[in-house]
Design a protein around this ligand. Sequence first.
Ligand SMILES: [Zn+2]
Length: 127
Amino acid sequence: MKIEFKKVQTIEKEFSIKLNSVEFSGTFCRISNKLIKLNSTIIGKIIVECCKCGEEHYINVDEYQDFILSDGEFSSLSEREGEMIIEIENHIVDFDELLSGELESIKSDYHICDSCQLNNKEIDIEY
Ligand SMILES: [Zn+2]
């Protein structure tokens, strides 16, 4: 789903897209000439790699994420805590791209599969 930056209105609008088994939904609205606020939840299952054995496994994702979308370069003066700032190119807001960016950052977190977690516990008991 894509929307032109200048067509986003100041009234909150709902959105919802799905990518594989992940649902990305929430509201968005314009907060200034060059900024859009987007409140979203990301819910579903994604495949991640275990950082110990490299085995792929599913994890449940249930995240709340606020975004500030900036049309072009963002001035860091107005940055607030807990918000993800995304600079938009070509004046087009691309929801699929936002979601895949979020999923990539979740995937790059530290993940351990069930069997490595079990092994860890066994080692702990030995000590
Ligand atoms: Zn593992």
